[in-house]
Write a protein that binds this ligand. Structure first.
Ligand code: GLN
Length: 241
């Protein structure tokens, strides 16, 4: 399954979590520590989006073989979201299928899969207009969830509540789905756990959410399953979904 992370705080180089940390996202692409549900590596794509911006860069393929992204490692950012992808069987491997997905000020990533795709969530797709469907980034579960979510975020509703509602709806329609989401607008990080791991580290002036701890810092805390976490550097709030 995919691995993802998000950071919010004082400006740091995006290359730290991507490349330099002992258990960086690059390392998690070929030697992840906690893969579930059949995947072994995350080599189908990768992406990072950062603030100010957001500026988004994503590619199909392997993170470690991209010298262009490495050139951007020194970019200092106050908030960023990055992911490596293990494509769900049957879903296309393409740049546009990689997280983060973005719209306006939002960046979004999905670690997991919608069980029974696409039939189980056809009803959810019907809430979209044809233009939304025709302009979806890719014909994947994650891109559909993002298309639904971005419309709902436009209403200005609380992002954590919006994510929780989406998890509930998809889990009702397709109970065996795995729905770990990350979402940020550069001011707050929101994440969900639904049958996959997510960890949080609050350190100094920054907070990080990540599928796997990036180092052996004893302050990494695991978010319990079926919870939503809302994080800013000073406060991490965790509640059941
Ligand atoms: N189902 C999503 C995709 O194919 C996410 C995959 C994952 O988490 N491994 O892109």
């Amino acid at each position: 399954m995919c691995r993802h992370l998000a950071y919010l705080g004082t400006a740091v180089p995006i290359g730290g979590p991507l490349y330099e940390a002992p258990h960086s996202l690059e390392r998690q692409s070929y030697a992840p520590g906690d893969m579930r549900a059949g995947g072994t590596v995350n080599v189908d794509g990768y992406g990072v989006g950062w603030f100010p911006g957001p500026v988004r860069y994503r590619r199909a393929g392997t993170l470690w073989s991209d010298p262009n992204l490495r050139q951007l490692a020194g970019t200092e950012s106050t908030a960023f979201l990055a992911a490596v992808r293990s494509a769900t069987t049957g879903m296309p491997v393409a740049d546009a299928a990689c997280a983060p997905f973005t719209d306006g000020t939002w960046l979004f990533s999905h670690n997991g899969r919608v069980d029974g795709w696409p039939h189980t969530v056809a009803r959810l797709a019907k809430t979209l207009d044809v233009t939304d469907l025709l302009t979806m980034d890719a014909p994947t579960d994650s891109a559909l969830l993002w298309t639904v979510l971005r419309r709902r975020l436009e209403t200005g509703k609380n992002p954590a509540q919006t994510l929780v509602e989406l998890v509930r709806e998809v889990a009702d329609a397709a109970p065996k789905s795995r729905l770990n989401f990350l979402l940020t607008n550069g001011k707050v990080l929101v994440g969900t756990t639904w049958t996959h791991a997510l960890w949080v580290l609050q350190k100094g002036e920054g907070v990080t959410l990540a599928s796997e701890p990036l180092d052996d810092d004893p302050d990494w805390r695991e978010i319990p399953d079926r919870h939503v976490v809302t994080a800013v550097p000073s406060t991490v709030e965790v509640r059941p979904i």
